[in-house]
Write a protein that binds this ligand. Structure first.
Ligand SMILES: [Zn+2]
Length: 479
């Protein structure tokens, strides 16, 4: 079994990953707040943790990984958007959620096992808050419920800050009802006209942090394996999640491993609307940049380092992927061939590729290995190459490789009668081989070659595709 090692933000070390239950490996990643299109920076964690999801499924089995990525659909930014646009909150969150899923799908991001919406878990949040009040970790003040950071000795351990440093560094005005300036809101009152739910503390709505603690516990249990997100969430969001969960579930750790991806820049500068270098995933897709190219660029930098989106990288990614798709296309890779390989037990990861990727999700190293594999000619090398591309989520459609490689569709038009004829020739070649009639087998192979048909031998059978020199006229004579 491939050994996975992950850099744990909590211990600041790279550690061998040992799941609590290999039969159900559990991961939680903080998802989007749905009020606007996802920008490129929002796409980075979605893609990074999608690769980790794929790696975990590869190592532990597809049915043995549970991945939760939440949708924050109650938030002051959403309320503000509704107020300024005159649209209902429900319309905005529903439309934006749809956009997010569409855009992430275009980047090859698989749907997580669960995508809970915060508004569906208000009862669980209220129950958790009530429990924290009862155990003395939270208090009610002026319709708010606040978490008392002094009640949790390890507060600040994840981000490595002491409460005193945080107070010194905080420049915000401190609400008078807070006992300690760092105490954070778990519940706040909602006036008429804003989303609100009845609670023991009056009509109100949750603070942001509590939703992740409540949903993770409900869907993954009090203690699970991996918690991920962007490093901008480490403080205060993740620190607060840990405090709430640790105090609600004493004796167990919320997550064994905490992972954080670094931020994204554009041409060496922080992406911002004021610099004019701010763009959404949709902007790029509409400019004609394929989702796989965006994904490739995002993966070409290790998740633990700042990622710089540049035009040069986009061009290089486009050229590389076209070359790779052309190789697979020439060797007859189709959805059917992949399925055949899978059934024949030949859909295998290249061991070196898997080992590199499993070393703290070293996607750039894995891409370097794909460059080597792309030059291989043996069937296992090609299968490993294709499998690796699949594991990085870089093939959107195995039946569109030629098109994705930029090989004109007109060159790929195959008359209807060709398929049965080629299948028949392949069957005859197979029979000739079985009967050790090598001359006949070679004659049939040469014939297919002359017609520009690519043949890939797989698991006792053969798969074919029209190559770049495909010429149906050569086969015409045999009809
Ligand atoms: Zn969260």
């Amino acid at each position: 079994m491939t050994e996975i090692r992950l850099h744990n933000s909590k211990t600041r070390r790279k550690e061998v990953f040992v799941p609590l239950d290999p039969g159900n490996v559990r991961m939680y990643v903080c998802g989007p707040t749905v009020y606007d299109r996802a920008h490129l920076g929002n796409a980075r964690p979605a893609v990074v943790f999608d690769v980790l999801f794929r790696l975990l499924r590869h190592v532990y089995g597809a049915g043995h990984v549970t991945y939760v990525r939440n949708i924050t659909d109650v938030d002051d930014k959403i309320n503000a958007r509704a107020a300024e646009s005159g649209r209902s909150i429900g319309d905005i969150t529903e439309e934006t959620t749809g956009w997010y899923l569409e855009d992430m799908a275009a980047l090859g991001v698989m749907e997580p096992t669960h995508m809970p919406r915060a508004t569906g878990y208000i009862a669980q949040m209220i129950a958790m808050i009530a429990g924290l009040i009862e155990s003395g970790h939270a208090y009610e003040a002026e319709g708010h419920v606040l978490f008392a950071v002094e009640s949790y000795a390890a507060y600040g351990a994840l981000s490595g800050r002491s409460v005193d440093d945080m107070i010194a560094g905080a420049r915000v005005e401190v609400a008078p009802y807070k006992r300690n300036p760092m105490d954070f809101v778990m519940w706040k009152p909602s006036p008429e006209g804003l989303p609100g739910w009845d609670s023991p503390w009056g009509r109100g709505r949750p603070g942001w942090h509590i939703e992740c603690s409540a949903m993770a516990a409900d869907l993954l249990g009090d203690s699970f394996d991996i918690h991920g997100g962007g490093n901008d969430l480490m403080f205060p969001h993740h620190e607060n999640e840990i405090a709430q969960s640790a105090c609600a579930h004493p004796g167990v750790e919320m997550a064994q491993v905490w992972m954080h991806n670094e931020m994204l820049m554009v041409e060496g500068k922080k992406m911002s609307k004021s610099l004019g270098n701010f763009f959404t995933v949709r902007d790029l897709l509409e400019q004609g940049v394929p989702g796989e190219v965006i994904r490739f660029v995002l993966l070409s930098t290790h998740y633990g380092k700042p990622m710089d989106w540049t035009e040069a990288k986009r061009e290089e990614a486009t050229a590389t992927l076209k070359r790779w798709y052309a190789i697979l296309h020439r060797h007859g890779f189709t959805a059917r061939l992949v399925e055949t390989l899978r059934q024949g037990g030949q859909w295998q990861a290249d061991a070196e590729f898997a080992g590199v990727l499993a070393n703290d999700l070293n996607a750039p190293g894995a891409i370097a290995r794909l460059h080597v594999l792309s030059k291989g000619h043996t069937a296992p090398a090609l299968a490993g190459f294709a499998h690796g591309l699949d594991m990085l989520g870089l093939v959107a459609d195995w039946d569109r490789l030629g098109e994705m490689a930029g090989i004109a569709a007109a060159e790929q038009v195959v008359p209807d009668w060709v398929g049965p004829l080629v299948e028949d020739l392949l069957a005859r070649r197979q029979a000739a081989r079985a009967g050790r009639d090598w001359a006949e087998a070679d004659r049939l192979r040469d014939l297919l070659n002359a017609a520009g048909v690519n043949v890939t031998d797989v698991g006792g059978g053969a798969s074919w595709s029209p190559g770049e020199r495909f010429d149906p006229a050569v086969l015409e004579a045999l009809r």
